[in-house]
Design a protein around this ligand. Structure first.
Ligand SMILES: [Mg+2]
Length: 374
């Protein structure tokens, strides 16, 4: 039975982040989700989500005003054609940033619908066979005291995570000696069997980052994330030459072209593009294929519920990231979303992405104007 897109609803839900979480380069004040629901004339609904700290209203407007009219009446299975059309439609006003957050949410909803139309989980559509995927816990802000940091990491381990990530770049990246001390304290607290990963959130120059990498090398670091500006590709390459700690980056990249540039310049060992920003499932599959061709790892940033099927199907995918800061809003927005057990998440054996929205919560908290999704 042929489906046509009949209706698109867009919702914006956000929550203030209390407690003054900060990494090396910014304080996190709000996290928000833009939720897209695409309904077909046969009554199936696909769900897509993107997220933001700022700009969610603009993402909603872009979807409502500019994308929706071009989607009504289309066959939702035409994901590739629709992606290409929007790439050319939007390219003059943004090839990175909010444009791609909007396109990502729409594309993810189309993939969810695709699975529902053919009655298969998305990972099956992608040819995957993994039903359970490793997930790591992510937090450990630089705004924490050393004791708070150690306590949070020990809490992650107590919950069954065997891979954990925390922030370096203490005092805005001006005190790598303190970072090394904090890494030592964490390693001593968790013992030798936990994979430790550090994230500098763009805070260092390459020379300082290499120096820090050399200082913490003895603590057996699984990966070092965003040591320098995401756009400092020569700096990333220099970091990679200066240490044998694997280099992870990519959460601020968009589309296959961003991934191509990282790979061409030998600027990543682990590519962390985020499907909720970089262009949805359609584009993430291409990003993943590029990493496979370069024989580097693929480890999508955040949004573990959206990335679960992708990581289950991509052969060189490492794991999912579960940001502890997102746990509350994720549990409120989704009804019965999969939870990590012993450092793994089970892929829902349900059509599409297998996610269910909590529409009572979303309607109650929706910040879009009622007129915009009438
Ligand atoms: Mg990061």
């Amino acid at each position: 039975m042929r489906h046509r897109i009949r209706k698109i609803d867009v919702h914006l839900v956000s929550a203030p982040v209390l407690g003054g979480f900060a990494d090396a380069t910014r304080k996190v004040e709000t996290i928000g989700f833009v939720i897209v629901r695409i309904t077909t004339d046969q009554g199936l609904e696909g769900i897509g989500v993107t997220y933001h700290e700022v700009g969610g209203e603009a993402t909603c407007e872009l979807i409502n005003r500019n994308m929706t009219p071009r989607l009504i009446g289309r066959d939702p299975l035409e994901t590739e054609a629709i992606w290409q059309e929007f790439f050319h439609y939007l390219r003059g006003v943004g090839r990175k940033g909010l444009m791609y957050c909007a396109l990502s949410a729409v594309d993810i909803a189309l993939w969810d619908l695709k699975g529902k139309i053919v009655d298969l989980p998305v990972y099956k559509l992608l040819g995957g066979d993994r039903t359970k995927v490793p997930v790591y816990a992510s937090g450990g802000w630089t705004s924490y005291s050393d004791d708070q940091l150690v306590d949070e990491i020990k809490g992650m381990v107590a919950r069954g995570f065997t891979t954990v990530k925390f922030k370096v770049g203490f005092d805005g990246g001006r005190n790598p000696r303190r970072d090394a001390e904090r890494v030592r304290k964490v390693r001593e607290a968790v013992g030798p069997d936990i994979n430790l990963m550090v994230d500098a959130n763009n805070s260092f120059d390459a020379a300082t980052a290499v120096q820090l990498a050399n200082r913490i090398r003895e603590y057996d670091i699984f990966l070092f994330e965003e040591p320098v500006f995401a756009d400092d590709i020569p700096g990333l390459a220099r970091f990679k030459r200066g240490t044998d700690i694997p280099l992870a980056t990519g959460e601020h990249e968009y589309t296959k072209f961003g991934v191509r540039d990282l790979l061409m310049h030998d600027a990543a060992d682990i590519v962390q593009v985020d499907g909720a920003r970089a262009g949805g499932y359609t584009e993430m599959l291409k990003c993943a294929a590029l990493t496979q061709a370069w024989n580097v790892k693929f480890a999508p940033h955040a949004m573990e519920n959206l990335h679960l099927h992708l990581v289950a199907a991509v052969p060189n995918a490492l794991f999912l990231e579960r940001l502890l800061m997102f746990e509350d809003i994720t549990a409120q927005v989704f009804d019965g979303a999969p939870l990590p057990i012993d450092g793994h998440m089970h892929v829902p054996d349900l059509p599409g992405l297998g996610l269910k929205l909590n529409m009572d919560f979303i309607r109650e908290r929706d910040e879009t104007s009622p007129a915009s999704h009438a």
